[in-house]
Design a binder for this molecule. Structure first.
Ligand code: ATP
Ligand code: MG
Length: 337
């Protein structure tokens, strides 16, 4: 799958510290990162400034979530000796880059961005979208390019943002006649690029709270599975049931390893004769087996581990961004000393 000449490729990903991480992150991005860190230099950004763009009036939620996200990282196997984990607002170079990039993209282009359009429907801006929120894709371009990242593991919802970043890169290099900035490529997990919400909504997401979190207790997981939407026309065990649009099967598709067995179950369910409680119980066993060790590891993470990971990471990331900014300023011609 990967380019054989990977020694120079850098991976950047990140999450908004707006709450705990969930199974959508795990299957859409985290699992991939744990594999990628064995092969590539990986940077993982905790996007606090981006999160402020729609939580500016509730900064405590963001700052309180940073430690939780770090614990989630360590619990799933992000290794600070291989991955550089840092906080966006600790790298001021990112905001200077954002300023230069703002000139290279039109407001109309930002308004056409499907990710922002969908997110706006979920948020409470009504018709008063802030400049900060509209422009967060520009700051995301700064995040990617500051580290010259060419590989960006993300969920499907992020693809239009990578496109915007690449447009800015091409424009910058053309306008300033340089090759300083590097285009990037999204890496989709291949397994499940968009995990549906436990409520059947198109995407499990922190803001909607419609997710199974990595930190959920075993009882909460069981309860959430019990409450999952299946097929409303599947009233009796003997009734034929729908697999399409059935949340329990969507989760089995993402997490149940034995695909042959799953196909057999689907056939039985569609024919009639397989009850929701049986499939729910299979999903419960599957998710408990996946999440129990993660939760136990999470509980063992210490404050010191989190503190060390972040202070080392911020230092390292800051050094790289500083170097890129020197090259960017030089390309524009901002040379005053
Ligand atoms: P928020 O509600 O604050 O936007 P979120 O749940 O959408 O939170 P993000 O921090 O925005 O999570 O996303 C971090 C990464 O996880 C992104 O790469 C995103 O594509 C991926 N991701 C988030 N939710 C899912 C999901 N349900 N399925 C697959 N990938 C996901
Ligand atoms: Mg999101």
């Amino acid at each position: 799958m990967m380019n054989s000449n990977n020694s120079k490729q850098i991976v950047l990903t990140g999450d908004r510290p707006t709450g705990h991480l969930h199974l959508g992150h795990y299957v859409g991005s985290l699992k991939n990162r744990v594999e990628l860190q064995e092969e590539y230099p990986c940077l993982i950004m905790i996007a606090d400034t981006q999160a402020l763009s729609d939580h500016f009036d509730n900064p405590r939620k963001i700052t309180d979530s940073i430690g939780e996200v770090c614990r989630d990282y360590l619990a799933v196997g992000i290794d600070p000796s291989k991955s550089t984990v840092f906080i966006q607002s600790m790298i001021p170079e990112l905001f200077e880059l954002t300023s230069y990039y703002m000139n290279l993209i039109s407001v109309a282009r930002l308004e056409r961005n499907p990710t922002v359009k969908t997110e706006l429907q979920q948020k409470s801006f009504a018709d008063a979208i802030t400049a900060g929120f509209l422009c967060y894709p520009v700051s995301q371009a700064a995040d990617i390019t500051a580290f010259k990242a060419s590989l960006v593991p993300v969920g499907e919802d992020q693809l239009p943002l990578i496109e915007i970043s690449n447009e800015i890169v091409r424009r910058f290099n053309r306008v300033y006649n340089t090759e300083v900035l590097v285009e990037s490529k999204a890496i989709l997990s291949g397994k499940c690029n968009r995990l549906v919400g436990i409520d059947g909504k198109a995407k499990a997401c922190k803001s909607l709270g419609n997710a199974i979190f990595l930190s959920d207790s075993s009882e909460v997981i069981k309860q959430k599975i019990n409450d999952m939407y299946t097929d409303p026309t599947h009233l009796k065990v003997s009734d034929p049931g729908n697999v399409e649009g059935n949340v329990v099967f969507a989760y089995l598709d993402a997490f149940f390893e034995d695909k042959d067995e799953l196909e057999k179950l689907k056939t039985r369910y569609k024919k009639g004769g397989l009850g929701d409680s049986v499939v729910k119980s299979l999903l419960n066993d599957t998710l408990q087996a996946l999440l129990t060790p993660i939760r136990e590891k999470r509980e063992a993470v210490t404050k010191e581990e989190v503190g060390d990971m972040l202070s080392d990471g911020c230092k390292k990331a800051g050094g790289i961004a500083k170097q890129t900014l020197i090259e960017v300023r030089d390309s524009i011609g901002l040379r005053y000393n």
